[in-house]
Design a protein around this ligand. Structure first.
Ligand code: PBG
Ligand code: ZN
Length: 333
């Protein structure tokens, strides 16, 4: 044992503020509030169904009426926002993903039922993309084997309009085509939907963390990957450029995705935009925690709390997370 010769003066003691829970809560710099959480849902074009997704324990593909029950109990927990992903009807996948805009599609029908049932007490957000509806699984239409940017805008606009028509509060394009924010904004404004909020997946990386989602949404590309349209993990300046462009095109909310491996990006975007910022704690981030917890290797409640706090601390205002229900029901926050 070495002799301790220098001690910090008694008057400089950060530990004083850590003594009791009340004191720690009083001085906490970051909080996660229920109303800042968004719960994602995978909607099937049927009434009653609850099909568990093996790679996402605790999450199911839901029929529309089944979804209403889940949303009702989530509302009681304080979850006021949902983000909907849809599945086409059997055999509904085509080269141009036209079913993404079907007035009677799973998302459109679910939006109408949620609106009727919960009114403005629930905020209904919809993911706008083609990948669950194209037969090749890409987020845009193909031309000579490549995802064609401008040709993809029409089908995306149609999908966004169909969601607005059904009563969505927020439409969220996740395709990463250039110029889709302006195209969707103009189409909304030109058709009486100027109050519909546009949340752009502005900064979306090509990520291995989307793996479980692609099981859930049945949206794995048949050939190739998404690297010609989603961002390169090595870049952060490019994130600022994407965020600036989408803000200039009229996005109301910006998103960074995934969240945990990109907290530096969340921070960088936070410091350059004055728009509200969302971060998407994606499927792979969720499933990794679930798998480790199931093996008894991690304490789920502690890890989820720490992860959600980290995303908030990095600068996100809104967190989209599959953990929302468990975290609130378990009092983990
Ligand atoms: C589809 C889409 C994806 C996610 C949201 N919208 C997958 C992808 O781009 O391949 C990922 C969400 C998650 O992993 O939880 N455009
Ligand atoms: Zn897509």
């Amino acid at each position: 044992m070495s002799e301790l010769t220098v001690t910090r003066p008694a008057r400089l003691r950060p530990r004083r503020l850590r003594r009791t829970p009340a004191l720690r809560d009083l001085v906490a710099e970051t909080r996660v509030a229920a109303e800042q959480l968004v719960m994602p849902h995978f909607v099937l074009p049927t009434s009653e169904a609850d099909v568990p997704i093996p790679s996402m324990p605790g999450i199911s593909q839901l029929g529309i009426e089944t979804l209403l029950g889940h949303v009702e109990s989530d509302l009681a927990l304080g979850i006021r926002s949902v983000l909907l992903f849809g599945h086409p009807h059997e055999g509904g996948k085509t080269p141009d993903g036209g079913a993404a805009a079907a007035a009677n599609g799973a998302v459109q029908s679910a939006v109408r039922r949620l609106r009727e049932t919960f009114g403005d007490s629930l905020l209904v957000m919809t993911d706008v993309c083609l990948c669950a509806y194209t037969d090749h699984g890409h987020c845009g239409v193909l031309r000579d084997g490549r995802v064609a940017n401008d040709e993809s805008l029409g089908p995306l606009v149609d999908a966004a309009l169909s969601h607005a028509e059904a009563g969505a509060d927020v439409v969220a394009p996740s395709d990463m085509m250039d110029g889709r924010v302006a195209a969707i904004r103009d189409a909304l404004d030109g058709s009486g939907h100027d109050e519909v909020v546009l949340m752009s997946y502005a900064v979306k990386y090509a990520s291995a963390y989307y793996g479980p989602f692609r099981d859930a949404a049945d949206s794995t590309p048949g050939t190739g990957d998404r690297k010609s349209y989603q961002m390169d993990s090595r870049n952060v300046l490019e994130a600022i450029r994407e965020a600036d462009l989408d803000a200039a095109e009229g996005a109301d909310l910006l998103m960074v995705k995934p969240a945990l491996p990109y907290l530096d990006v969340v921070r960088a975007v936070r410091e350059t935009t004055d728009l509200p910022l969302a971060a998407y704690n994606v499927s792979g981030e969720y499933s990794a925690v679930k798998a480790a917890a199931a093996k008894g290797w991690l304490d789920e409640s502690g890890v989820v709390r720490e992860n959600l706090l980290a995303i908030k601390r990095a600068g996100a205002d809104i967190v989209i997370t599959y953990h929302a229900r468990d975290a609130l029901a378990g009092g983990w926050l």
